[in-house]
Design a protein around this ligand. Structure first.
Ligand code: BTN
Length: 229
C-alpha cells in the first residue's frame, strides 16, 4: 500500500478525503493541527504521537463489515503495543487502554456509493507526545507507561504492518476484560448501569439491565465507563 508521510496536517482523515484517488493509501503525520476524535471531539495531536489514517476502497460492503474494520484497527493497535511488552485492553467500541488509561482511539469514517464503500480508519496512538495534566488520570502514552523513549516512527511502521493482517471478532473480544462487570452506559439522555455480557459479531454490546432484561447497544448511542473513570 502506498504510504504518505507528512510533518504536519490538519487531520490525516481529512487529508485522505481530499486525495483524488481510488487506490488504498496510508497517511501518517508527525503532528495534526485539527485532529478529530469521535462524537465531534478534538483529538489533541502534538509531536511524538502516531497519527495515522488508512483509506481503503471496497467494491461490495455490508453493514457487518463496518465492525470488522473496527476489530482490525483495535486488534492491530493491541498487537503493536504487545511488541513493546505492554498488555493492552479494549474498551468497546474503539478505545485501547493500558493500565486502565486510554492510549489509543480510532475514528472510522465510511462513505457509500453504488454498493461499494470508502473507509477511512484514523488511529491516534500516544507514544512520546505530552499528555496534558488534566488528562493524566484517564490517558497515558507508551513512554509514560514504559518509562522509555520509544520511536513514534517505528511504532507507526509496526502499526501499518499489523493493519495489513486480518483479525477476528474473538481476538477483539479476548482483549476485553470487563465482561461480567457492571458498567455505566452514558447516553445523551443520561446514565444507567448494566452488566456487560458480550459483543455481537456486528459490534453491538450485549448487556443485562438492572431489571434483568437483555439489551443490545450500539456504540453510536452509548459510551462506556466502569473502573476506567
Ligand atoms: C477518539 O479516541 O476519539 C478517536 C481519535 C482518532 C484520532 C485519529 S489521529 C489520526 C486520524 N486523524 C484524525 O483527525 N483523527 C484520527
Amino acid at each position: 500500500m502506498k504510504i504518505i508521510e507528512l510533518d504536519e496536517v490538519d487531520s490525516t482523515n481529512e487529508y485522505c478525503k481530499r486525495l483524488e484517488t481510488d487506490e488504498d493509501v496510508a497517511v501518517i503525520a508527525k503532528r495534526q493541527i485539527s485532529g478529530k476524535g469521535t462524537k465531534g471531539r478534538v483529538f489533541i495531536s502534538e509531536s511524538g504521537g502516531v497519527y495515522l489514517s488508512v483509506m481503503r476502497f471496497y467494491k461490495e460492503f455490508i453493514c457487518r463489515d463496518a465492525f470488522k474494520i473496527m476489530v482490525n484497527s483495535c486488534v492491530a493497535v493491541c498487537k503493536t503495543l504487545e511488541s513493546y511488552s505492554v498488555k493492552p485492553n479494549i474498551r468497546w467500541a474503539n478505545d485501547v487502554l493500558v493500565g486502565g488509561k486510554k492510549i489509543s482511539g480510532t475514528l472510522i469514517e465510511n462513505s457509500f456509493a453504488n454498493g461499494g464503500a470508502r473507509s477511512i480508519v484514523g488511529i491516534g496512538l500516544n507514544v512520546n507526545n505530552p499528555i496534558p495534566d488534566e488528562l493524566k488520570d484517564t490517558a497515558t502514552s507508551l513512554s509514560l507507561f514504559t518509562l522509555k523513549k520509544i520511536s513514534a516512527a517505528e511504532v507507526g511502521s509496526e502499526l501499518i504492518r499489523n493493519l495489513g493482517k486480518k483479525y477476528s471478532v474473538s481476538e477483539y473480544k479476548s482483549y476485553i476484560d470487563f465482561f461480567g462487570e457492571k458498567v455505566t452506559l452514558i447516553t445523551p439522555q443520561g446514565q444507567r448501569e448494566a452488566v456487560a455480557i458480550d459483543v455481537t459479531d456486528d459490534g453491538l454490546l450485549k448487556v443485562r439491565e438492572e431489571d434483568g432484561g437483555i439489551s443490545l447497544i450500539s456504540a453510536a448511542e452509548v459510551s462506556l465507563r466502569n473502573r476506567w473513570k
